[in-house]
Every structure is written in C-alpha cells, then in structure tokens.
Ligand binder design. Structure first.
Ligand code: HEC
Ligand code: HEC
Length: 305
C-alpha cells in the first residue's frame, strides 16, 4: 500500500531517483574521458606546500569498478525491492508484509495461552488473575490511548468502569463493540425543536431528568418538545442501547455537563466512533479483552470477598 494521495508524487520520486543514478553514471563517464591539460611531467601544474604536486592520472580502475558496481546494484535493488515511487518491486517484499509475518508468528506462539480462555465464560474469566493480567496488558496497548489507562475515559470517550453503557454492557455486547466498532450518531436537532429559546427549554428539561440544577419554568416549557428526542433517547430519557443513544436521566455525561453543553449538542449534533478491532486483534484476544472490560464494572473479585 502506498501513502501517496496522488499518482504525481510517485512519478516525481521515480524521476528524481533515476535521474540521480543517471547523473552519477554520466559523471563517471565524463571524468574518465576528459583529461586536464598536463605539462610534459604529467602534473596539472598545481603545487602546494612548496613541493606537493597534483598528478594528472586517470581514476584507478578498481575505484571505477566499484562505482559501476554500486550503480548496477542500485538499479538491481530498485527492480527487486520497493523504492521507485510506489512501485512494489519484483520480490513482493514490504515492511507491512514483514509486520504481518511477525504478528502471525507471535499469534501462533500465543495460541496455546489463549486456547484455555476461548471456551471460558466471561464471569469465570473475570475471576482468573492470569486472564485479567493479559486483559490489562492488551487494554494498555490498544485501548488506553482513548479510554485512559484506568479505563475511565474522558470527554467523548466513554468511561468503561461505571456500569453505564451506550451500546449495552453484557459480555456479548461488549465483545461486539470491540470487534465491529461502534458509531454513535446524533443528528443536529435544532430545526426539529424550534427557536433557540425552545432549544434552551429542552436543554433544561434534559437537566431535570437527572435532577441536575435547572430552570424549572423552562424545563416545563421544554417537556413537549422532548418528543423529538424520545425516538432515540426514550420518553423518559432512559436511552436506547440499540441506537447507542445515551441515558439522559443519569448524571453521567459523555460530552460535557450543563445547559451550554446540551444546547451545543442539540444544535450541532454529534458523531462519535469507536474503531473496529477485528483486523488488529485475534478473536481470542478480543474475548479476553471483553471479559476484562466487563470485569471493570462487574468486579467479581471484590464482590466475592
Ligand atoms: C480511537 C479511540 C478509541 C480506541 C483506540 C478504542 N476505543 Fe473504545 N470507544 C471509543 C469511542 C469514541 C467510543 C464511543 C462510541 C460511541 O459514542 O458510540 C468507544 C466505545 C467503546 C465501547 C462501548 C461503550 C459503551 O458504553 O457501550 C467499548 C466496550 C469499548 N469502546 C472498548 C474498547 C476497547 C476494549 C478498546 C481496545 C481494544 C477500545 N475501546 C479502543 C474510542 C476508542
Ligand atoms: C437519531 C437519534 C437521536 C435523536 C433524535 C436525538 N439524539 Fe441525542 N444522542 C443520540 C446519540 C446516538 C448520542 C450519543 C452520541 C455519541 O455516541 O457520542 C446522543 C447524545 C446526546 C447527548 C449527550 C449525552 C452525554 O452523555 O453527554 C445529549 C445531551 C443529547 N443527545 C440530547 C438530545 C436531545 C435534547 C434531543 C432532542 C432534541 C436528542 N438528543 C435527539 C441520538 C439521538
């Protein structure tokens, strides 16, 4: 695969590479031919440090030979390996291919370790310290950059430890979220709600659902307009996991708390994506990860004590 966004740059690099090699060959040829005029004693007439004279000898044969060999090697290399723009090279070698080979080898070596967990149900695995240690390491390497090393998330990236789920919190749903990824789409709703004042009223009604501080007069006026939201968030704002629509009646806010944050999301909408992991991780790894994530909020280790 090439990272060039247009074919032009591939040609650009190819032409510069080949032109440089041709220039080397030409330089070699021209210096081999042209002799500087020399006096009868075969010196160029340049003298340094009183008696150090520059001889006018041709380039040594062995040196020219090496130079030619370098050029031939360079051309051969460019035929065999990727190097000319986005050309693949005849041997089909690629860094991505090497990486895939290494990953396949590592996965084969780890298969026996994961085999033990493939058939183990999630609640049992969440009590297994070795499985949880593997899960934690996988999490730190693959998920922590977005969800945080403590899995508590941040604005826009859900907290995975709180038992509040956008898409469902049973082991199968968590595994599905990781395997296939998720996209949460809230369309801009201002037009469906009405005037900016109506939007403010609905925002206060949303705040009232979780008993958060709000203007109760505005909330009362906004209630009727909430029907536009109920299709996704539910009549009482409890959320709809099948749509990834969050519960608005708890005090957990993914995109910020308060009237202004809510007005902003009603006006502009929100699209939020969890990237699918099935290309990057094996099914067995995802199974262990899902159990680890499930265990974060269903902590059987503390529950059984
Ligand atoms: C590039 C950032 C990113 C990475 C990396 C990432 N996630 Fe996510 N994840 C998100 C976002 C954003 C969401 C919320 C999607 C939405 O709003 O619907 C999410 C949602 C989830 C959910 C669903 C949460 C819910 O409430 O239903 C789970 C489970 C999850 N991620 C687990 C993981 C695991 C395990 C990994 C590591 C393999 C991971 N994520 C890697 C960004 C990321
Ligand atoms: C088509 C479905 C849909 C409709 C209609 C909809 N929403 Fe949403 N809403 C969502 C989804 C999905 C998300 C989560 C986006 C994400 O994945 O981050 C969301 C997120 C939100 C959030 C952020 C919650 C948080 O935890 O930060 C608020 C607030 C919200 N919606 C309010 C409303 C209001 C008010 C209305 C009506 C005016 C409305 N929504 C209409 C689907 C919808």
């Amino acid at each position: 695969m090439s990272d060039f966004i247009s074919g032009f740059w591939s040609h650009y690099v190819t032409v510069i590479s080949l032109a440089s090699i041709a220039a080397c060959a030409f330089l070699l040829w021209i210096t081999n031919r042209a002799r500087a005029p020399a006096g009868g004693d075969n010196t160029t007439g340049h003298v340094w440090d009183e008696d150090l004279r520059e001889m006018n000898n041709p380039l040594p044969r062995w040196w020219v030979g090496l130079f030619v060999l370098t050029i031939v090697f360079g051309l051969g290399y460019l035929v065999a390996y990727p190097g000319l723009g986005s050309m693949q090279g005849q041997l089909g070698w690629s860094t991505a291919g090497e990486y895939d080979k290494e990953i396949a080898k590592a996965n084969a070596e780890l298969a026996p370790v994961y085999a033990k967990y493939a058939a183990m149900p999630t609640p049992e695995m969440a009590r297994d310290p070795q499985a949880m240690a593997i899960g934690e390491r996988l999490f730190l390497n693959n998920c922590a950059q977005c969800h945080g090393s403590d899995a508590r998330g941040s604005k826009g990236f859900p907290n995975l430890t709180d038992g509040d789920w956008l898409h469902g919190g049973d082991p199968a749903k968590i595994q599905e979220s990781i395997t296939l990824g998720r996209i949460g789409v809230m369309p801009p709703m201002a037009a469906a709600v009405g005037t900016p004042d109506d939007v403010k009223n609905v925002a206060n009604y949303v705040l009232s659902l979780s008993g958060s501080p709000h203007d109760s007069v505005r909330a009362g006026l906004g209630k009727a307009k909430f029907t536009a939201c109920a299709a996704c968030h539910g009549m009482t704002g409890g959320g709809t996991p099948a749509l990834g629509a969050p519960n608005l009646s708890d005090r957990i806010w993914l995109h910020g708390y308060g009237q202004d944050a809510i007005i902003s999301i009603i006006n502009t909408g929100k699209t939020n994506q969890m990237p699918a992991q099935q290309e990057r991780l094996t099914e067995a790894q995802i199974h262990v990860l899902a159990s680890y994530v499930w265990g974060l909020s269903n902590n059987p280790q503390t529950a059984s004590r």
